[in-house]
Design a protein around this ligand. Sequence first.
Ligand SMILES: Cc1cc2nc3c(=O)[nH]c(=O)nc-3n(C[C@H](O)[C@H](O)[C@H](O)COP(=O)(O)OP(=O)(O)OC[C@H]3O[C@@H](n4cnc5c(N)ncnc54)[C@H](O)[C@@H]3O)c2cc1C
Length: 414
Amino acid sequence: MGIAVLGAGVSGLTVARKLQEKGYEVTVYEKEKKAGGLARSRVVDGYVYDPHGGHIFNSKNPKIVEWVFSLLPKENWQFRVRNAKILFGDKYVSYPFELSLCELDVDDAVDCARDFIMAQQGPEPDNYRDWLVWNFGKGIAERYMLPYNRKIWAYPLEDMETSWMAGKMPLPTKEEILRSFLLKDPSERKMPHSTFYYPTYGGIQTMVDRIADGLDLHLGEPITSIQKMDGRWVINGEAAYDAVISTIPLPELPGMMELPPSVQSAIAGLKYNSVTTVLCKCPETDISWLYMPEKQYRTHRIGYQSALTPAAAPAGTGSGAFEIIGEPFAVDRDIIHKPGVAPGALELSEVLDWEFSKYAYVIHDRDYRKNTQTVFNYFGALDGFHLLGRFSTWNYKNMDMCMQDAFELAEKFE
Ligand SMILES: Cc1cc2nc3c(=O)[nH]c(=O)nc-3n(C[C@H](O)[C@H](O)[C@H](O)COP(=O)(O)OP(=O)(O)OC[C@H]3O[C@@H](n4cnc5c(N)ncnc54)[C@H](O)[C@@H]3O)c2cc1C
Protein backbone atom coordinates (compact mmCIF):
# COMPACT_ATOMS: atom_id res chain seq x y z
CA MET A 1 0.00 0.00 0.00
CA GLY A 2 1.39 3.40 -0.99
CA ILE A 3 0.70 6.32 1.30
CA ALA A 4 1.31 10.02 0.63
CA VAL A 5 1.88 12.27 3.62
CA LEU A 6 1.32 15.95 2.83
CA GLY A 7 3.49 18.24 4.94
CA ALA A 8 6.71 17.46 6.81
CA GLY A 9 5.97 19.08 10.15
CA VAL A 10 6.05 17.10 13.40
CA SER A 11 2.70 15.44 12.58
CA GLY A 12 3.56 14.37 9.04
CA LEU A 13 7.03 13.14 9.96
CA THR A 14 5.81 11.19 12.98
CA VAL A 15 3.03 9.38 11.13
CA ALA A 16 5.33 8.70 8.17
CA ARG A 17 7.94 7.18 10.43
CA LYS A 18 5.41 5.05 12.30
CA LEU A 19 3.85 3.78 9.06
CA GLN A 20 7.23 3.09 7.48
CA GLU A 21 8.17 1.04 10.54
CA LYS A 22 5.00 -0.99 9.91
CA GLY A 23 6.19 -1.75 6.38
CA TYR A 24 4.17 0.76 4.35
CA GLU A 25 5.65 2.62 1.42
CA VAL A 26 5.39 6.25 2.50
CA THR A 27 6.22 9.39 0.52
CA VAL A 28 6.30 12.75 2.31
CA TYR A 29 5.71 15.95 0.33
CA GLU A 30 6.77 19.30 1.78
CA LYS A 31 6.57 22.70 0.11
CA GLU A 32 9.52 24.15 2.02
CA LYS A 33 13.13 23.13 1.39
CA LYS A 34 13.49 22.06 5.01
CA ALA A 35 11.44 19.65 7.13
CA GLY A 36 9.92 20.69 10.47
CA GLY A 37 6.99 23.00 9.71
CA LEU A 38 6.48 25.26 12.72
CA ALA A 39 9.17 23.30 14.57
CA ARG A 40 12.07 24.46 12.40
CA SER A 41 15.31 26.07 13.57
CA ARG A 42 17.82 28.39 11.96
CA VAL A 43 21.34 29.63 12.72
CA VAL A 44 22.07 33.34 12.22
CA ASP A 45 25.53 34.78 13.00
CA GLY A 46 26.16 31.96 15.49
CA TYR A 47 22.73 32.34 17.17
CA VAL A 48 20.42 29.30 16.99
CA TYR A 49 16.68 29.94 17.10
CA ASP A 50 13.28 28.56 16.21
CA PRO A 51 11.82 31.16 13.83
CA HIS A 52 8.22 30.13 14.54
CA GLY A 53 8.65 30.62 18.30
CA GLY A 54 10.92 28.72 20.70
CA HIS A 55 9.72 25.09 20.74
CA ILE A 56 10.19 23.33 24.06
CA PHE A 57 9.32 19.66 24.44
CA ASN A 58 7.39 17.94 27.19
CA SER A 59 4.54 15.49 27.40
CA LYS A 60 2.26 13.94 29.97
CA ASN A 61 2.32 10.78 27.87
CA PRO A 62 5.33 8.58 28.83
CA LYS A 63 5.09 6.74 25.48
CA ILE A 64 5.76 9.99 23.61
CA VAL A 65 8.65 10.98 25.88
CA GLU A 66 10.20 7.54 25.52
CA TRP A 67 9.83 7.62 21.74
CA VAL A 68 11.41 11.06 21.42
CA PHE A 69 14.32 10.03 23.66
CA SER A 70 14.75 6.83 21.61
CA LEU A 71 15.39 9.04 18.58
CA LEU A 72 17.37 11.79 20.29
CA PRO A 73 18.74 10.35 23.54
CA LYS A 74 18.19 12.27 26.76
CA GLU A 75 21.82 13.34 27.11
CA ASN A 76 21.31 15.53 24.02
CA TRP A 77 18.68 17.62 25.79
CA GLN A 78 18.75 20.38 28.38
CA PHE A 79 16.26 19.82 31.19
CA ARG A 80 14.72 23.07 32.45
CA VAL A 81 12.38 24.13 35.21
CA ARG A 82 10.31 26.88 33.68
CA ASN A 83 11.20 30.34 34.83
CA ALA A 84 8.53 32.40 33.09
CA LYS A 85 7.78 35.97 34.15
CA ILE A 86 5.27 38.71 33.46
CA LEU A 87 6.43 42.27 33.00
CA PHE A 88 3.89 44.13 35.15
CA GLY A 89 4.77 47.84 35.28
CA ASP A 90 8.44 47.69 36.18
CA LYS A 91 8.10 44.42 38.13
CA TYR A 92 8.99 40.93 36.96
CA VAL A 93 6.14 38.87 38.40
CA SER A 94 6.32 35.06 38.28
CA TYR A 95 4.05 33.18 35.90
CA PRO A 96 1.26 32.26 36.34
CA PHE A 97 0.11 35.66 37.58
CA GLU A 98 -2.72 34.29 39.73
CA LEU A 99 -0.28 32.17 41.77
CA SER A 100 2.05 35.14 42.26
CA LEU A 101 -0.17 37.74 43.88
CA CYS A 102 2.29 37.83 46.79
CA GLU A 103 4.80 39.47 44.41
CA LEU A 104 2.54 42.45 43.60
CA ASP A 105 2.40 45.77 45.43
CA VAL A 106 0.08 45.43 48.39
CA ASP A 107 -2.84 47.43 46.89
CA ASP A 108 -2.80 45.37 43.69
CA ALA A 109 -2.44 42.14 45.65
CA VAL A 110 -5.38 42.94 47.94
CA ASP A 111 -7.64 43.95 45.01
CA CYS A 112 -6.79 40.77 43.15
CA ALA A 113 -7.15 38.46 46.15
CA ARG A 114 -10.42 40.08 47.33
CA ASP A 115 -12.05 39.86 43.89
CA PHE A 116 -10.77 36.35 43.44
CA ILE A 117 -12.31 35.13 46.69
CA MET A 118 -15.64 36.55 45.49
CA ALA A 119 -15.25 35.06 41.99
CA GLN A 120 -16.94 32.04 40.41
CA GLN A 121 -20.42 33.02 41.56
CA GLY A 122 -23.47 32.47 39.37
CA PRO A 123 -23.63 30.54 36.11
CA GLU A 124 -20.34 29.96 34.25
CA PRO A 125 -20.27 32.28 31.19
CA ASP A 126 -19.82 30.71 27.78
CA ASN A 127 -17.74 33.52 26.27
CA TYR A 128 -14.05 33.89 27.02
CA ARG A 129 -14.05 37.54 28.16
CA ASP A 130 -16.80 37.07 30.73
CA TRP A 131 -15.37 33.72 31.75
CA LEU A 132 -11.97 35.28 32.59
CA VAL A 133 -13.68 37.82 34.88
CA TRP A 134 -15.99 35.13 36.33
CA ASN A 135 -13.16 32.70 37.02
CA PHE A 136 -10.37 34.99 38.26
CA GLY A 137 -12.30 38.04 39.52
CA LYS A 138 -12.05 41.60 38.21
CA GLY A 139 -8.70 42.38 39.86
CA ILE A 140 -6.69 39.64 38.11
CA ALA A 141 -8.76 39.86 34.92
CA GLU A 142 -8.29 43.60 34.39
CA ARG A 143 -4.63 43.70 35.37
CA TYR A 144 -3.43 40.68 33.43
CA MET A 145 -5.86 38.18 31.90
CA LEU A 146 -7.86 40.54 29.67
CA PRO A 147 -4.99 42.71 28.32
CA TYR A 148 -2.76 39.69 27.70
CA ASN A 149 -5.45 37.64 26.01
CA ARG A 150 -6.50 40.58 23.83
CA LYS A 151 -2.95 40.66 22.50
CA ILE A 152 -2.30 36.95 22.02
CA TRP A 153 -5.60 36.30 20.24
CA ALA A 154 -6.10 39.66 18.51
CA TYR A 155 -9.74 38.64 18.31
CA PRO A 156 -12.74 39.86 20.34
CA LEU A 157 -12.65 37.74 23.50
CA GLU A 158 -16.44 38.01 23.85
CA ASP A 159 -16.73 36.15 20.53
CA MET A 160 -14.59 33.22 21.69
CA GLU A 161 -15.89 30.11 23.41
CA THR A 162 -14.16 28.46 26.38
CA SER A 163 -14.06 24.69 25.83
CA TRP A 164 -10.52 24.72 24.37
CA MET A 165 -8.83 25.79 27.62
CA ALA A 166 -8.71 22.53 29.57
CA GLY A 167 -5.11 21.33 29.78
CA LYS A 168 -3.77 24.29 27.77
CA MET A 169 -4.13 27.06 30.27
CA PRO A 170 -3.00 26.84 33.88
CA LEU A 171 -6.21 26.78 35.89
CA PRO A 172 -5.26 26.63 39.55
CA THR A 173 -7.97 26.11 42.12
CA LYS A 174 -9.02 28.78 44.65
CA GLU A 175 -7.19 26.79 47.34
CA GLU A 176 -3.95 26.78 45.34
CA ILE A 177 -4.18 30.52 44.73
CA LEU A 178 -4.90 31.25 48.39
CA ARG A 179 -2.08 28.97 49.56
CA SER A 180 0.44 30.62 47.24
CA PHE A 181 -0.75 34.04 48.43
CA LEU A 182 -0.68 33.28 52.14
CA LEU A 183 2.54 31.26 52.03
CA LYS A 184 4.20 33.79 49.67
CA ASP A 185 5.10 30.87 47.41
CA PRO A 186 4.36 31.36 43.70
CA SER A 187 4.64 27.61 43.22
CA GLU A 188 3.67 26.29 39.81
CA ARG A 189 4.67 22.67 40.06
CA LYS A 190 1.31 21.34 38.92
CA MET A 191 0.98 23.65 35.93
CA PRO A 192 1.40 22.50 32.31
CA HIS A 193 4.92 23.06 30.93
CA SER A 194 6.45 23.72 34.36
CA THR A 195 9.43 21.58 33.34
CA PHE A 196 10.59 20.87 29.81
CA TYR A 197 13.39 19.72 27.54
CA TYR A 198 15.18 21.52 24.73
CA PRO A 199 17.92 20.09 22.46
CA THR A 200 21.37 21.29 23.52
CA TYR A 201 22.52 21.84 19.93
CA GLY A 202 20.74 22.86 16.74
CA GLY A 203 17.40 23.98 18.20
CA ILE A 204 14.22 21.91 17.95
CA GLN A 205 15.30 21.06 14.38
CA THR A 206 17.63 18.46 15.88
CA MET A 207 14.64 16.48 17.15
CA VAL A 208 12.77 16.97 13.88
CA ASP A 209 15.73 15.77 11.81
CA ARG A 210 15.92 12.58 13.88
CA ILE A 211 12.24 11.87 13.22
CA ALA A 212 12.79 12.57 9.51
CA ASP A 213 15.87 10.37 9.27
CA GLY A 214 15.40 7.58 6.70
CA LEU A 215 12.06 8.83 5.31
CA ASP A 216 11.33 9.35 1.61
CA LEU A 217 11.12 13.15 1.80
CA HIS A 218 10.26 15.30 -1.19
CA LEU A 219 11.28 18.74 0.02
CA GLY A 220 10.48 21.87 -1.96
CA GLU A 221 7.55 20.04 -3.61
CA PRO A 222 4.31 21.90 -2.87
CA ILE A 223 1.04 20.05 -3.29
CA THR A 224 -1.09 21.85 -5.85
CA SER A 225 -3.76 19.26 -6.61
CA ILE A 226 -5.37 16.27 -4.93
CA GLN A 227 -7.81 14.19 -7.00
CA LYS A 228 -9.56 10.86 -6.63
CA MET A 229 -9.17 8.85 -9.85
CA ASP A 230 -10.06 5.17 -10.34
CA GLY A 231 -10.20 4.60 -6.59
CA ARG A 232 -6.75 6.09 -5.91
CA TRP A 233 -5.57 9.49 -4.74
CA VAL A 234 -3.56 11.35 -7.37
CA ILE A 235 -1.17 14.01 -6.12
CA ASN A 236 -0.14 16.92 -8.35
CA GLY A 237 -1.63 15.07 -11.34
CA GLU A 238 1.19 12.52 -11.28
CA ALA A 239 1.67 10.02 -8.48
CA ALA A 240 -1.21 7.77 -7.31
CA TYR A 241 -1.60 6.51 -3.73
CA ASP A 242 -3.95 4.23 -1.84
CA ALA A 243 -4.15 6.66 1.06
CA VAL A 244 -3.39 10.30 1.76
CA ILE A 245 -2.63 11.87 5.12
CA SER A 246 -2.87 15.63 4.94
CA THR A 247 -1.33 17.94 7.53
CA ILE A 248 -1.74 20.98 5.27
CA PRO A 249 -3.71 23.77 6.99
CA LEU A 250 -7.41 23.40 6.13
CA PRO A 251 -7.77 26.88 4.55
CA GLU A 252 -5.28 25.79 1.85
CA LEU A 253 -7.27 22.71 0.76
CA PRO A 254 -10.02 24.38 -1.35
CA GLY A 255 -7.26 25.64 -3.65
CA MET A 256 -6.07 22.10 -4.34
CA MET A 257 -9.10 19.80 -4.25
CA GLU A 258 -12.78 19.87 -5.20
CA LEU A 259 -14.98 20.38 -2.17
CA PRO A 260 -18.76 20.85 -1.81
CA PRO A 261 -19.82 24.50 -1.30
CA SER A 262 -20.94 23.78 2.30
CA VAL A 263 -17.45 22.50 3.19
CA GLN A 264 -15.77 25.39 1.40
CA SER A 265 -17.87 27.87 3.32
CA ALA A 266 -17.21 26.08 6.66
CA ILE A 267 -13.47 26.23 5.93
CA ALA A 268 -13.75 29.90 4.99
CA GLY A 269 -15.36 30.49 8.40
CA LEU A 270 -12.45 29.03 10.40
CA LYS A 271 -10.57 31.69 12.38
CA TYR A 272 -6.86 31.77 13.12
CA ASN A 273 -4.18 34.32 13.78
CA SER A 274 -0.62 34.86 12.53
CA VAL A 275 2.61 35.87 14.24
CA THR A 276 5.85 37.63 13.38
CA THR A 277 8.88 36.53 15.41
CA VAL A 278 11.92 38.82 15.67
CA LEU A 279 15.22 37.48 17.00
CA CYS A 280 17.43 40.01 18.82
CA LYS A 281 20.60 40.13 20.83
CA CYS A 282 19.96 40.96 24.49
CA PRO A 283 21.62 40.55 27.88
CA GLU A 284 21.99 37.00 29.20
CA THR A 285 19.10 35.92 31.42
CA ASP A 286 17.73 32.81 33.10
CA ILE A 287 14.13 33.80 32.27
CA SER A 288 12.63 31.22 29.89
CA TRP A 289 10.07 33.61 28.48
CA LEU A 290 8.49 36.89 29.48
CA TYR A 291 4.86 37.91 28.95
CA MET A 292 3.99 41.54 28.33
CA PRO A 293 0.28 42.31 28.87
CA GLU A 294 0.61 46.10 28.61
CA LYS A 295 -1.38 47.56 25.73
CA GLN A 296 1.28 50.14 24.88
CA TYR A 297 3.62 47.46 23.39
CA ARG A 298 2.70 45.42 20.35
CA THR A 299 4.69 42.41 21.47
CA HIS A 300 2.99 40.03 23.90
CA ARG A 301 5.94 37.74 24.66
CA ILE A 302 9.67 37.34 24.32
CA GLY A 303 11.13 33.84 24.35
CA TYR A 304 14.73 33.78 25.54
CA GLN A 305 16.35 31.21 23.26
CA SER A 306 19.66 31.52 25.10
CA ALA A 307 17.93 30.47 28.34
CA LEU A 308 16.82 27.19 26.74
CA THR A 309 20.37 26.02 26.04
CA PRO A 310 23.77 27.67 26.50
CA ALA A 311 24.62 26.69 22.91
CA ALA A 312 21.91 28.99 21.46
CA ALA A 313 24.14 32.09 21.62
CA PRO A 314 27.89 32.79 21.53
CA ALA A 315 29.47 32.75 25.02
CA GLY A 316 28.71 35.84 27.10
CA THR A 317 25.74 36.93 24.96
CA GLY A 318 22.01 36.37 25.12
CA SER A 319 19.23 36.10 22.54
CA GLY A 320 15.49 36.53 22.64
CA ALA A 321 12.73 36.38 20.06
CA PHE A 322 9.78 38.69 20.53
CA GLU A 323 6.44 37.93 18.94
CA ILE A 324 3.81 40.17 17.43
CA ILE A 325 0.39 38.80 16.51
CA GLY A 326 -1.36 40.02 13.38
CA GLU A 327 -0.82 40.62 9.70
CA PRO A 328 2.79 40.52 8.40
CA PHE A 329 4.59 43.09 10.50
CA ALA A 330 7.09 45.37 8.72
CA VAL A 331 10.42 44.56 10.36
CA ASP A 332 13.74 46.29 9.80
CA ARG A 333 16.96 46.46 11.77
CA ASP A 334 15.72 49.58 13.63
CA ILE A 335 12.47 48.06 14.80
CA ILE A 336 13.62 47.64 18.40
CA HIS A 337 14.13 51.40 18.74
CA LYS A 338 10.64 52.30 17.52
CA PRO A 339 8.13 53.28 20.21
CA GLY A 340 5.29 50.89 20.98
CA VAL A 341 7.06 47.74 19.77
CA ALA A 342 8.84 46.25 22.81
CA PRO A 343 9.69 47.72 26.22
CA GLY A 344 13.11 49.35 26.61
CA ALA A 345 13.52 47.24 29.76
CA LEU A 346 14.27 44.26 27.52
CA GLU A 347 17.53 45.95 26.43
CA LEU A 348 17.30 44.47 22.94
CA SER A 349 20.47 45.54 21.18
CA GLU A 350 20.45 44.20 17.61
CA VAL A 351 17.91 42.57 15.30
CA LEU A 352 19.37 39.34 13.90
CA ASP A 353 16.51 37.79 11.97
CA TRP A 354 12.73 37.55 11.68
CA GLU A 355 10.01 35.27 10.30
CA PHE A 356 6.27 35.44 9.63
CA SER A 357 4.07 32.45 10.50
CA LYS A 358 0.74 32.67 8.69
CA TYR A 359 -0.86 29.94 10.81
CA ALA A 360 -0.04 30.42 14.49
CA TYR A 361 -3.06 29.88 16.74
CA VAL A 362 -6.46 28.40 15.97
CA ILE A 363 -9.19 30.65 17.34
CA HIS A 364 -12.16 29.02 19.03
CA ASP A 365 -14.80 31.50 17.93
CA ARG A 366 -18.52 30.93 18.42
CA ASP A 367 -18.86 29.10 15.07
CA TYR A 368 -15.87 26.84 15.75
CA ARG A 369 -17.90 23.72 16.54
CA LYS A 370 -20.37 24.17 13.67
CA ASN A 371 -17.66 24.76 11.08
CA THR A 372 -15.26 22.05 12.25
CA GLN A 373 -18.11 19.54 12.45
CA THR A 374 -19.09 20.22 8.82
CA VAL A 375 -15.48 19.83 7.73
CA PHE A 376 -14.77 16.67 9.73
CA ASN A 377 -18.04 15.00 8.74
CA TYR A 378 -17.10 15.47 5.10
CA PHE A 379 -13.48 14.36 5.32
CA GLY A 380 -14.35 11.53 7.73
CA ALA A 381 -16.53 9.98 5.00
CA LEU A 382 -13.80 10.13 2.33
CA ASP A 383 -12.23 6.75 1.77
CA GLY A 384 -8.45 6.74 2.27
CA PHE A 385 -8.14 10.45 3.10
CA HIS A 386 -7.05 11.43 6.61
CA LEU A 387 -6.56 14.77 8.35
CA LEU A 388 -3.78 15.06 10.91
CA GLY A 389 -2.00 17.90 12.72
CA ARG A 390 -2.57 21.26 14.34
CA PHE A 391 -4.10 23.09 11.37
CA SER A 392 -5.68 20.04 9.71
CA THR A 393 -7.62 18.98 12.79
CA TRP A 394 -7.99 22.68 13.64
CA ASN A 395 -7.12 22.50 17.28
CA TYR A 396 -4.66 23.98 19.78
CA LYS A 397 -2.13 21.13 19.78
CA ASN A 398 1.47 21.14 20.89
CA MET A 399 4.09 18.87 19.37
CA ASP A 400 3.46 16.03 21.82
CA MET A 401 -0.26 16.00 21.02
CA CYS A 402 0.55 15.99 17.32
CA MET A 403 2.82 12.99 17.89
CA GLN A 404 0.13 11.22 19.90
CA ASP A 405 -2.45 11.76 17.15
CA ALA A 406 0.07 10.47 14.61
CA PHE A 407 0.66 7.32 16.69
CA GLU A 408 -3.09 6.73 16.89
CA LEU A 409 -3.63 7.25 13.18
CA ALA A 410 -0.74 4.92 12.29
CA GLU A 411 -2.25 2.25 14.54
CA LYS A 412 -5.47 2.36 12.52
CA PHE A 413 -3.62 1.16 9.39
CA GLU A 414 -3.76 -2.66 9.35
C1 LIG B 1 4.40 30.57 18.35
C2 LIG B 1 4.27 29.10 18.59
C3 LIG B 1 5.00 28.52 19.62
C4 LIG B 1 4.87 27.15 19.87
N1 LIG B 1 5.60 26.60 20.87
C5 LIG B 1 5.49 25.28 21.12
C6 LIG B 1 6.29 24.69 22.15
O1 LIG B 1 7.06 25.36 22.83
N2 LIG B 1 6.15 23.35 22.35
C7 LIG B 1 5.30 22.56 21.61
O2 LIG B 1 5.23 21.34 21.84
N3 LIG B 1 4.56 23.11 20.62
C8 LIG B 1 4.63 24.42 20.36
N4 LIG B 1 3.90 24.99 19.36
C9 LIG B 1 2.98 24.11 18.59
C10 LIG B 1 3.74 23.34 17.50
O3 LIG B 1 4.34 24.24 16.61
C11 LIG B 1 2.78 22.44 16.73
O4 LIG B 1 2.07 21.61 17.61
C12 LIG B 1 3.45 21.54 15.70
O5 LIG B 1 4.63 22.07 15.19
C13 LIG B 1 2.46 21.32 14.58
O6 LIG B 1 2.98 20.41 13.64
P1 LIG B 1 2.13 20.00 12.36
O7 LIG B 1 2.96 19.05 11.61
O8 LIG B 1 0.78 19.56 12.78
O9 LIG B 1 1.90 21.35 11.56
P2 LIG B 1 2.96 22.28 10.78
O10 LIG B 1 4.19 22.39 11.57
O11 LIG B 1 2.21 23.51 10.44
O12 LIG B 1 3.27 21.43 9.48
C14 LIG B 1 2.51 21.49 8.30
C15 LIG B 1 3.48 21.35 7.15
O13 LIG B 1 2.74 21.36 5.94
C16 LIG B 1 3.51 22.08 4.99
N5 LIG B 1 2.65 22.53 3.89
C17 LIG B 1 1.71 23.51 3.90
N6 LIG B 1 1.16 23.64 2.67
C18 LIG B 1 1.75 22.72 1.88
C19 LIG B 1 1.60 22.36 0.52
N7 LIG B 1 0.75 22.97 -0.31
N8 LIG B 1 2.37 21.33 0.05
C20 LIG B 1 3.25 20.68 0.84
N9 LIG B 1 3.44 21.00 2.14
C21 LIG B 1 2.67 22.00 2.65
C22 LIG B 1 4.08 23.24 5.80
O14 LIG B 1 5.17 23.85 5.15
C23 LIG B 1 4.48 22.51 7.07
O15 LIG B 1 5.77 22.01 7.01
C24 LIG B 1 4.00 26.35 19.07
C25 LIG B 1 3.29 26.94 18.02
C26 LIG B 1 3.41 28.30 17.78
C27 LIG B 1 2.63 28.91 16.65
